[in-house]
Design a binder for this molecule. Structure first.
Ligand SMILES: [Zn+2]
Length: 264
């Protein structure tokens, strides 16, 4: 639940002083909000560090932890899903696309037709979020298609994954912006409070980044007992100010997230 309330903000000033004392941490770009798409591509040499292992796949550790927590809660309501994909290196994505193009050519498409058609369903290398180690594909029966969105698991995920820091990255009503077809099975970990805000405001990642930039400061209260201040800066912020910052256009701009507890 997100509440915007200026009265609360003033009550929080005392907490802010405490916050400033606590946040004597060296800020590090978490990379959680990195935008990766057809226009914002990762280099062939980018690979996340310290990947954790899960069911034969590799994944960033915060994504694994959030996924496992979500899985447990799904089990409690009798829903089970399988992991179908997680971290995919640049070269693997390249191979996926080449295979798709060959398959289409085998079906009778010309090389240029096949290349165009293939990128509708398989992102070119560098344009896939799977290279970040923050994206997962899940299914109930091994199939990754739009029908997943109508299953009990797909519905649960669409309505609840934001509590765990995930977003359905390619929603049905955002295909014009994401340039990717509806993929109810593909989740991207962005962390809280971003996932909760995007869910509540029905924004995809592209829209959220522009929104933060335009709003300059968002105050977000969520039901994990914390409030967050999300702001935007064109240059690296002062070390004492940022608990978490995420860049987009690598090295370009920063989204800064600060956290504090509610004053009860
Ligand atoms: Zn995916």
């Amino acid at each position: 639940m997100i509440v915007f309330n200026s009265l609360k903000f003033f009550r929080l000033l005392k907490a802010d002083i405490l916050l400033a004392l606590i946040l004597m941490l060296t800020p590090m770009d978490s990379g959680l909000l990195w935008l990766v798409n057809f226009d914002e591509r990762l280099g062939a040499d980018y690979a996340p560090q310290n990947l954790a292992h899960i069911n034969g796949y590799r994944i960033r550790s915060e994504t694994k932890e959030a996924y496992e927590r979500m899985l447990k809660d799904m089990e409690k309501v009798g829903i089970s899903v399988n992991l179908q994909s997680a971290y995919r290196p640049y070269k693997y994505q390249q191979a996926l696309l080449s295979r798709k193009i060959s398959n289409l050519q085998a079906l009778g498409y010309s090389k240029s037709e096949a290349q165009l058609l293939a990128t509708k369903t398989v992102a070119p290398p560098g344009a896939s979020e799977h290279q970040l180690g923050l994206a997962i594909d899940i299914s109930v029966d091994g199939k990754l298609d739009a029908s997943f969105g109508n299953t009990e698991a797909g519905t649960w995920i669409a309505n609840n994954c934001h509590h765990y820091g995930f977003i359905v990255r390619y929603p049905k009503d955002k295909t014009k912006i994401t340039k990717i077809m509806y993929e109810p099975w593909h989740l991207r970990y962005v962390g809280l409070p971003h996932s909760a805000y995007m869910y509540e405001k029905n924004m995809c990642l592209e829209e959220y980044i522009i929104h933060v930039q335009e709003a300059k400061l968002l105050m977000i209260w969520i039901d994990d007992g914390n409030y967050y201040k999300v702001s935007y800066s064109a240059k690296a912020p002062d070390a004492a100010e940022a608990l978490d910052m995420s860049s987009f256009e690598r090295g370009g701009a920063y989204i800064i997230t600060e956290i504090g507890e509610y004053l009860k």
